[in-house]
Design a protein around this ligand. Structure first.
Ligand SMILES: *[C@@H]1O[C@H](CO)[C@@H](O)[C@H](O)[C@H]1NC(C)=O
Ligand SMILES: *[C@@H]1O[C@H](CO)[C@@H](O)[C@H](O)[C@H]1NC(C)=O
Ligand SMILES: *[C@@H]1O[C@H](CO)[C@@H](O)[C@H](O)[C@H]1NC(C)=O
Length: 390
């Protein structure tokens, strides 16, 4: 009897929908909604399996625990700190970074690009020539409605007022851990952080000043503690739902469930910043970085990234910094792929070898570019991960 009950229950669990289907099929009005529900269930199932697969991949990945693996020679700490102080104390040269970039890359670098979206581009303008992330082709109305709710589109007055700005782009590299550069990084006029890079608990290594946080929606920190009252939140828009996300965040609205499905990881639902703190990165900066400076081939299909032609957000931020600042330094950059068992980030357990798995970025090309910038004196490498000058 119990086994019969079980099999009956099993049978009734599965074919119930088809049973309902038969009983309701006479009622033509209800049919489409039922079909829709089935399709939705199917999609959810596939999504669930995919999610489990991703989680499993993460779970079985090698771990590189920062605390166990990272020892920094005290002598090296001293040298790094005094080098960073030396860089900071050198006189700031107005417009140095962009002038140097223009000399180095000639017509491939435009000295008068605006860093953030200010107005909706006309159909013939550069912002309109490519699909995201390289341009906003076919997104003019979405850009318009975003710009309408953003009260400010420029660098804040208090920063524009400064005669000469010395910026540092803080990358997320494990190399930052232990150099104790936090105190020095805090003294830069502008500190640019990337994606979810945490400050809480790491301020000794990365400082606790954030002027700009530049990220795509999936990278936005989930913890309120990572946002400061004077931050600028610079959004990098890659896909259609990224526009919906930014709108919901700025208007303090709830993101619809169906929109959330399109993100590849959990996204922040509330960000404790005022609308005037949000900016949209000018996509022409990404286009300039990818096609002009790194000379990647232009996308052949809508599935961007296939041919490793998306620059990392770190390299995009450095190019942005040359447009925004007078002097530019960087810290926490450099992927040393010959050391697969070193920590990739200063804040988690991923190993350097994880970079061999990613499909979007060409690490070799980026490293060459950064090395060129450092050797030509355009930017300074404070943690020595690309090229050590201390
Ligand atoms: C950074 O840390 C210092 C000392 O720990 C503190 O005085 C300062 O208020 C912090 N700054 C920010 C922006 O949190
Ligand atoms: C955002 O909305 C929530 C309710 O959903 C409210 O508690 C909060 O105060 C709002 N924040 C702002 C900045 O308006
Ligand atoms: C990266 O770019 C270089 C050219 O700088 C090219 O030779 C190499 O094949 C590219 N690597 C990948 C994995 O696409």
């Amino acid at each position: 009897m119990p086994s019969g009950y079980n099999s009956a229950k099993l049978r009734s669990d599965c074919p119930r929908t088809s049973l309902q289907w038969y009983t309701r099929s006479q009622n033509r009005m209800r049919r489409p909604t039922l079909l829709l529900k089935d399709i939705l269930k199917c999609i959810l199932l596939v999504f669930g399996v995919w999610l489990l697969y991703i989680l499993k991949l993460n779970y079985t990945a090698e771990e590189c625990d920062m605390k166990k693996m990272h020892y920094v020679d005290p002598d090296r700490i001293k040298r790094a700190q005094s080098y960073a102080q030396q860089v900071l104390q050198k006189e700031c040269r107005p417009k140095f970074a962009k002038t140097a970039m223009a000399l180095l890359f000639e017509h491939r670098y435009s000295m008068d690009l605006v860093p953030f979206m200010q107005k909706v581009p006309g159909a013939s303008e550069a912002e309109f020539q490519y699909d995201p992330p390289f341009g906003f082709r076919k997104f003019s109305s979405k850009v318009q409605s975003l710009l309408d709710i953003l009260p400010e589109h420029d660098f804040p007055e208090r920063l524009r007022a400064k005669h000469c700005r010395h910026c540092v782009v803080v990358g997320n590299g494990g190399i930052l851990h232990g150099l104790e550069l936090g105190h020095t990084l805090n003294q830069f006029d502008v500190v640019i952080r990337l994606n979810s890079a945490p400050v809480e608990g790491y301020s000794e290594h990365v400082g606790n000043k954030t002027t700009i946080r530049m990220t795509y929606p999936e990278g936005a920190p989930l913890s309120d503690a990572e946002y400061y009252a004077n931050d600028l939140f610079v959004t990098v828009l890659f896909k259609s739902v990224d526009f919906n996300w930014l709108q919901a965040i700025v208007k303090n609205e709830t993101l619809p469930f169906w929109v959330r499905l399109f993100f590849w990881k959990q996204v922040a639902e509330k960000i404790p910043l005022q609308p005037k703190q949000f900016r949209i990165l000018n996509p022409v900066i990404i286009k300039e970085t990818a096609f002009d400076i790194l000379q990647y081939t232009e996308p052949q299909s809508r599935f961007w990234g296939q041919n490793k032609n998306i620059p990392t957000i770190g390299v995009i931020a450095i190019v942005l910094a040359t447009h925004l600042c007078d002097e530019v330094s960087l810290a926490g950059f450099g992927y040393d792929l010959s050391q697969p068992r070193t920590p990739l980030h200063y804040f988690d357990n991923q190993c350097m070898s994880a970079m061999n798995w990613q499909l979007m970025h060409n690490v070799t090309t980026e490293t060459k570019f950064l090395l060129k910038l450092i050797k030509e004196g355009v930017v300074k490498d404070l943690s020595g991960g690309i090229h050590c000058e201390f």
